[in-house]
Design a protein around this ligand. Structure first.
Ligand code: G4F
Length: 340
């Protein structure tokens, strides 16, 4: 990645919520590369524990500025927006784990709905000309009535996470329609990478493959192997976020590869990449099934392609291999350093 030295007074200012996560870290790299002055909102605890909590930002840490703030506090968001006065704001932070949203609907709603509302209201009050990106989700389609799903497909969320994203989507379009703000929602389908959190199925699988391959584990317990998802690479998807905010008028876009695969397909490919047969290691466990499942998500991103020429670059097979290789390498490095 090329890092440009910028004069923060001249450069466009981008504020990212959720900057420490998978998407936030790739987006920060993309924006720094484009010459933006990049600011992030992080929890105070992250600033106190940079080694662990800011690890995904290691490529860009010297080139960005972090501010403590919380989605649960309007005052803290208002404060940061006032200090940064961003030209563009990317709202990625959320309680994003669907399974957890069944365990605690209330905190999912608080973080995802109120947090989005607080941020939009703060921007409207302080910098109404700021362009805002809201991270919508294919989980809004849920039990979709058509395949593939596009911007006109009816929402039928199947979890409080999905409901919270539908609310955020409507809040975002309402700020656009009622107050004339430049506010867009990206309806992103599943996107993964070696920076994915371990709670999501793809990373759970690739980390387990690495551990089993290294002789450190013998079993992988999963839930519904037949669920189908449209999996792309996070690095491709954050570029689409930026493109959305460069258009002449604000709008909402589906971002997806247009191809779906089952969890079983992912598992099979991940194990076979290291020469193993998944059937010897994988068992299904009712504990990992959801009270309401989304059986198939597959997106049609042709509107984004028409508007700004976006399409995915990384194919499913390459994504799986990249994630497995990265986890195998990480484990080997950890093993080697344990012997030092
Ligand atoms: O990896 P997942 O947890 O991702 P999910 O629920 O599709 O949501 C992700 O993508 C959304 C975009 O569409 C984002 F909005 C959201 O924030 C998140 O990033 O689960 C994928 C599928 C599900 O059908 C789940 O039931 O994998 C199935 N699965 C089977 N066994 C499992 C497991 N999921 C997890 N997390 N763990 C399992 O053991």
């Amino acid at each position: 990645m090329e890092i440009v030295n910028i004069d923060a007074m001249q450069a466009k200012r981008a504020l990212i919520t959720g900057i420490t996560g998978q998407d936030g870290s790739y987006l920060a790299e993309w924006l720094v590369g484009k010459g933006y002055a990049v600011y992030g909102i992080v929890r105070r605890v992250a600033l106190a524990d940079p080694e662990r909590r800011l690890s995904r930002l290691r490529n860009v840490l010297p080139n960005i500025q972090l501010h403590a703030g919380s989605l649960e506090s309007y005052a803290s968001l208002h404060n940061v927006v006032e200090q940064v006065r961003p030209d563009e704001c990317y709202h990625l932070a959320a309680q994003s784990f669907v399974t957890y949203s069944f365990d605690d609907e209330f905190s999912t709603f608080n973080t995802n709905i109120n947090g989005t509302h607080y941020l939009l209201a703060a921007i409207k009050g302080v910098v109404p000309g700021c362009r805002v990106y809201f991270a919508g989700s294919s989980e809004m389609f849920g039990k979709a009535e058509e395949v593939p799903q596009n911007e006109s497909t009816r929402f039928h969320p199947r979890s409080s996470y999905g409901i919270s994203k539908v609310a955020g989507f409507h809040l975002t379009s309402n700020y656009r329609e009622a107050y004339g703000m430049y506010a867009c929602s990206g309806i992103l389908f599943n996107h993964e990478s070696p920076r994915r959190g371990y709670e999501f199925v793809t990373r759970k699988i690739t980390a387990a493959v690495a551990a089993i391959n290294a002789g450190r584990s013998q079993e992988l317990r999963l839930g519904n192997l037949e669920a189908r998802r449209d999996w792309g690479h996070s690095r491709d998807y954050v570029e689409a976020m930026w493109h959305m905010l460069q258009q002449p008028t604000p709008d909402d876009y589906v971002i997806a590869t247009g191809k779906d695969h089952s969890v079983r397909d992912f598992v099979e490919l991940a194990f076979s990449h290291v020469g193993l047969d998944y059937r010897q290691y994988v068992t299904t466990d009712p504990a990992f099934f959801r009270p309401a499942e989304v059986n198939v998500l597959c997106g049609d991103a042709s509107k984004a392609k028409r508007a700004f020429g976006w399409s995915h670059r990384v194919e499913f097979e390459d994504l799986v291999r990249e994630m497995v290789d990265a986890d195998c390498r990480a484990l080997a490095t950890a093993q080697n350093s344990a012997f030092l």
